[in-house]
Design a protein around this ligand. Structure first.
Ligand SMILES: [Zn+2]
Length: 283
């Protein structure tokens, strides 16, 4: 499967950090009988954890920052609730992002800006490593509306909270709302799309005739293209997310915009056809 796509003068590369195995109950409203290819032998949907690397005339950037170096055992109660008789050992396992970056010929010090779609752990995992910024020259930009809910509003031992507090302490954080005109690199723009989280944003990149939208977790299941009843378990505002998706799909289809969702595979870079189906944007 294609890991790279050209967008005008830019190259966008999928960086793999790991895999998460999610049970059907993570997708309220989805009937997986309609999507037989999504579930593997364990009865779970394996999604990619990672980030996107953007390289072009205005710099070298990341969209999101992977999940971090960790493994999360598959909870027995979740397996039971989903009737999984042989669940995967881990619900999530990650840690490959540094190797993926090196494989793309990029050093962590080369990254100057990280555009975070939202503040869930699987999108900020590599911001800090051993108490220091993993990307020593990068400014991290996030949606301020996420802070109250996902940093202040969670348990003190929450790992995502710890990362954001340490990143704040290190002085590497900015908010999208705090950027002045002209601070975004040429070709990039930010569009608030609340719903999955309050401060969730989509990053757009346009160069020449080409455009790609990094939609983060606004799209979690391929069936959401045509079925507005499919949601994700952690969506804070399902109605807002559904509305944002409908607008996004219509616009992307009309203007042949490439969609890169954080977790979708096969294909990772998607176009919407005239008859409203997914197609591989790299074909
Ligand atoms: Zn995610």
């Amino acid at each position: 499967m294609a890991e790279q796509i050209s967008i005008g003068e830019f190259t966008v590369t999928t960086l793999r950090d790991g895999v998460s195995h999610l049970p059907p109950s993570a997708y309220p409203g989805a009937n997986f009988d309609d999507y037989p290819d999504l579930l593997d032998d364990s009865g779970t949907y394996a999604i990619r954890l990672g980030a996107h690397l953007v390289q072009g005339p205005s710099g070298t950037f990341l969209i999101d920052a992977g999940a971090g170096d960790f493994a999360l055992p598959f909870p027995a109660d979740l397996a039971a609730a989903n009737g999984l008789t042989s669940p995967p050992r881990d619900m999530a396992r990650a840690g490959a992002l540094p190797d993926a970056l090196a494989g793309a010929g990029v050093d962590p010090a080369d990254i100057t800006m990280i555009f975070v779609t939202h503040l869930h752990l699987d999108h900020i995992g590599w911001l800090m490593k051993d108490g220091r910024p993993f990307f020593p020259n990068a400014t991290v930009i996030y949606g301020a509306e996420d802070w109250a809910e996902l940093v202040d509003g969670v348990n003190v031992d929450d790992p995502a909270r710890a990362i954001m507090l340490a990143a704040d302490e290190a002085g590497i954080l900015r908010t999208y709302g705090g950027l002045a005109t002209g601070e975004l690199p040429m070709g990039l723009d930010v569009v608030p799309v609340p719903g999955h989280t309050p401060g969730h944003v989509m990053i757009t990149l346009q160069s020449g005739e080409d455009e790609i939208w990094f939609v983060g977790d606004l799209i979690e299941h391929p069936g959401q293209l045509t079925d507005r009843n499919i949601h994700f378990m952690t969506d804070v505002d399902r109605a807002a997310a559904t509305r944002a998706r409908a607008d996004l799909f219509a616009h992307a289809q009309r203007d042949s915009i490439v969609i890169a969702a954080a977790h979708l595979e096969d294909p990772t870079f998607r176009l919407i056809t005239a008859d409203f189906r997914w197609a591989d944007a790299t074909n």
